[in-house]
Design a binder for this molecule. Structure first.
Ligand SMILES: Cc1cc2nc3c(=O)[nH]c(=O)nc-3n(C[C@H](O)[C@H](O)[C@H](O)COP(=O)(O)OP(=O)(O)OC[C@H]3O[C@@H](n4cnc5c(N)ncnc54)[C@H](O)[C@@H]3O)c2cc1C
Length: 372
């Protein structure tokens, strides 16, 4: 792809699984002109993951029997097959993404940050250091990892974020993790396995098993098994209270809880309070829902900016969250078909995505409630 002012049918921003997957679906539309801009390298977020962190969704090569590997971004690929592991690390998954880009010749321009987006009569003008790019449709796939949510407590500057490498360094005797969903339980178990005593605090008690069947609201089986092992050591405590502040007292850190108690710990508290939608330079082009997530129409398009689509874990429809690869990949082929049809192109090849179980366009069937 060149960055000259010729207008593309579609431009994708971000070369993570959402951006690469959407680009692969766009490639199935006949004669569509498109490209991907990435500010770092392909799979940059995964390259930045702490080295001890792995996927919690397992990979397994079920592709031939209609059960495409949960972490695959194209029906003919499988991270389990290409990497030989079932729970990839970030580095391993970035390698899978690089392999996919190379094999399918996805046109990615890396080290090219999108700094501004302007709506024009014909589409969008996308500003980047190599000069403006024009596109009729724009797909934002910038991910969430670069926008950890503010924990909203005093003294938060005295803590380490769970996404930072420093939070995974060995902890001294007593530690505290603020936030008890997947990231919090992951890092708490990591430190218990390393010999520390850890208290996890979260007023919403997300570790409780009563949250229904949807993995977006319930700890994954592997996380629950790790949690049970960590609890059995006697060095993990789960406290159903919110942290309200952090203070330094001598060589210790003190975390105040909204139940009136205080935890005195030997190392910097760790904050694992989730991520925001990460919309960066397109934030003003989406209307926010009452919960702050971007309002989308049934095609994952901004309700205030026609032609601007969202791909990735920030997709929300009603109470449905698309925060895992196996969920948000269901929308790659749908977005590609909408863009292709608007451009007057043949989108028939996208039927293969539905056959592989990688296309959901009827969102009424997405609720997860298992009988047993
Ligand atoms: C700690 C953690 C663990 C997770 N574990 C799992 C799991 O086990 N299984 C699962 O399915 N999901 C998991 N997720 C969800 C995860 O967010 C997604 O799977 C995945 O990272 C999202 O893919 P993405 O392509 O939307 O974003 P990313 O992988 O973050 O990719 C976005 C890309 O956009 C680029 N970018 C951002 N802004 C710009 C810009 N202005 N210009 C150009 N490029 C830009 C970034 O550099 C990045 O490469 C996890 C998330 C986190 C945070």
């Amino acid at each position: 792809m060149s960055a000259n002012p010729k207008i593309l049918d579609a431009l994708v921003v971000g070369a993570g699984p959402a951006g690469i997957g959407t680009a692969l679906a766009l490639a199935a539309v006949e004669n569509l002109t498109f490209g991907v801009l990435e500010r770092g390298q392909i799979g940059q977020t995964f390259i930045d993951w702490p080295t001890a962190q792995t996927f919690l969704t397992p990979s397994f090569t079920g592709n031939g029997f209609g059960a495409t590997d949960l972490n695959a971004v194209h029906p003919e690929t499988s991270p389990a097959f290409s990497l030989g592991v079932d729970y990839p690390t970030g580095q391993q998954y970035a390698k899978y993404l690089r392999g996919v880009v190379k094999h399918f010749r996805v046109p990615v321009l890396d080290r090219t940050e999108v700094t501004a987006v302007t709506r024009k009569a014909e589409g969008f003008e996308i500003a980047c250091p190599r000069g403006p790019v024009l596109a009729r449709s724009l797909v934002w796939a910038g991910g969430e990892f670069h926008q950890p949510l503010d924990p909203r407590l005093s003294g938060s500057g005295l803590s380490d974020r769970a996404a930072a490498a420093a939070a995974w360094e060995p902890r001294e005797d007593r530690s505290v993790v603020i936030g008890g969903y997947e990231s919090g339980i992951d890092i708490a178990c990591h430190h218990v396995e390393g010999g520390a005593s850890v208290t996890v605090v979260d007023g919403a008690t997300p570790w409780d098993a009563g949250a229904g069947s949807d993995p977006s609201f319930r700890l994954a089986p592997r996380s629950r098994a790790r949690l049970a092992r960590a609890l059995s050591t006697g060095r993990l405590a789960l406290v159903g209270a919110h942290a309200s502040g952090i203070k330094r007292e001598g060589t210790k850190w003190v975390v105040s809880l909204d139940n009136g108690s205080r935890l005195r710990v030997d190392s910097r508290p760790i904050v694992a309070t989730g991520y925001g939608p990460g919309l960066g330079p397109v934030e003003h082009l989406f209307a926010p829902r009452s919960d702050g997530w971007p309002e989308l129409d049934e095609d994952d398009q901004s309700t205030i900016t026609p032609g601007l689509f969202l791909s990735g874990p920030a997709i929300r429809h009603g109470g449905l969250k698309f925060c895992f690869v196996y969920k948000f990949r269901q929308r790659f082929a749908h977005i590609a078909r909408v863009i292709g049809e608007r451009a007057g192109k043949d989108t028939g090849a996208l039927d293969a995505w539905r056959a592989a179980g990688m296309l959901t366009d009827d969102l009424s069937c997405c609720g997860v409630e298992c009988a047993c």
